[in-house]
Design a protein around this ligand. Structure first.
Ligand SMILES: *Cc1c(COP(=O)(O)O)cnc(C)c1O
Length: 403
């Protein structure tokens, strides 16, 4: 039985006076100086700072190439183009992700096919991937959900067996490791996002890392209208002014202003991740003995970069649903969130005829999750506020001893 309760628990005094967001950037004076230096220079876009940023990313993850884009979604679109996705091709991805992981398939005329998740790691389940493969399957887009790498060895084996390309959506996983290897060096192409809630930011921005020269060249072309300026690739040659457009690309370029911010931010990445891990460990410690919540399961093969900290409610032990608990935490001024609404629940995907019931594990997870604030600038006091608020709300709604 659900209890009738006013949302203002214990007389309505919230745990925090000010709202704590679930994620935010950390910009310091060196970042600002780096940006200002570009503004005073000759190139605001398509200048030398872009290649420097790309080289820094490639060096960091251990890939041969990195290609910067105006945002992570544009980067995913370019990767689908480079992988040769076109009309009628099927691409397998997870529903437990931001819509962009599936939208990029549609941009190329492909068909997103959703495979279910593993109920413990919340990452795409290789068994479900293999079940979804048809003659039309061209590609797999696994997502390293919350920063914990997907089961990449098994996914690579499947890709090899069926001759598929892997585009890893690692928007959550810059700095994460899989069996001792940095994410960004393993899949055919890997995407990172530099949106302000992600590990490092360029305002908007994204990158694809790859070891494959053919993919690299296609990514470069696609980013700038499908144009090549390399005479080796020309069909004709009219003179020194000449360039050629070979495919229908876009203007998906990152600016040098953004790249300068990216270089400066990247220097701080390992420190940021260390803080995220520390804060996640404090949550783990605080909630370990609460039967009403399931903590994020960590695969021992992996080293998560902790983009998100998600608690899963054990609704059997609670007298309220996720919505009430979510709203109660908001009233405590805690910036909770839900990651994610299964991609095919969105009305646009429903219109494309994806049915509810497609991925039962993902759908069940969606009913039970709440994302807690996690970002490097959080203080110990902030973390204690979240812990206090979660304990207050969960204790209040706990079915224990109140039957
Ligand atoms: C942030 C994000 C993206 C998109 O990145 P943008 O830079 O915002 O375009 C794609 N996939 C996932 C899983 C993300 O979290």
């Amino acid at each position: 039985m659900k209890k009738e309760i006013s949302l203002a628990i214990n007389g309505g005094k919230p745990v925090r006076d000010t709202y704590l967001p679930y994620g935010r950037q950390w910009i310091d004076e060196t970042d600002i100086e780096a940006v200002v230096n570009v503004l005073k220079g000759d190139f605001l876009t398509t200048g030398p700072v872009i290649s420097k940023f790309e080289q820094s990313i490639a060096d960091y993850v251990g890939s041969k190439y990195a290609v910067a884009f105006s945002n992570g979604t544009a980067a995913l679109h370019a990767a689908c183009f480079a992988a040769g996705i076109s009309e009628g091709d099927e691409v397998i991805t997870t529903p437990m992700t931001f819509a962009a992981s599936a939208n990029c398939i549609l941009y190329q005329g492909g068909k997103p096919v959703f495979a279910d998740i593993n109920p413990y790691t919340y990452n795409i389940d290789p068994v479900s991937i293999e079940r979804a493969i048809t003659e039309k399957t061209k590609c797999i887009i696994p997502v390293d959900f919350t920063g914990q790498p997907a089961d990449l060895d098994t996914i690579c084996q499947i890709a090899h067996k069926y001759n598929l390309t892997i585009i890893e959506d690692a928007a959550h996983a810059l700095g994460a490791e899989y069996k001792g290897r940095k994410i960004g060096s393993i899949s055919d192409m890997t995407m990172f996002s530099f949106h302000p809630v992600k590990h490092i930011t360029t305002g908007e921005g994204g990158v694809i890392t790859t070891n494959n020269t053919a993919f690299y060249e296609k990514l470069i072309q696609f980013r700038s209208h499908g144009i090549t300026r390399n005479p080796k690739h020309f069909i004709h040659h009219h003179g020194p002014w000449y360039y050629e457009m070979h495919c229908l690309g876009f203007n998906y370029r990152m600016t040098d202003i953004q790249a300068a911010l990216g270089i400066s931010q990247l220097r701080k990445l390992d420190g940021f991740i260390k803080m995220r891990k520390h804060l996640a460990a404090l949550y783990d410690e605080a909630f370990r003995n609460m039967k009403e919540v399931v903590l994020p399961f960590q695969n021992q093969d992996c080293n998560s970069s902790w983009h998100l900290y998600i608690i899963r409610l054990n609704l059997d032990l609670l007298q309220a649903g996720r919505k009430e608990i979510f709203e109660a935490l908001q009233k405590e001024n805690i910036g909770v969130n839900v990651h994610y609404i299964p991609a095919y629940y969105h009305p646009f995907y429903q219109m494309l005829d994806y049915q509810k019931g497609l991925c039962p594990n993902a759908e069940k997870l969606y009913e039970e999750i709440i994302t807690l604030p996690l970002f490097p600038l959080m203080t110990e006091a902030d973390i204690q506020d979240v812990i206090e608020a979660v304990k207050k709300v969960i204790t209040h709604y706990s079915a224990e001893g109140k039957a």
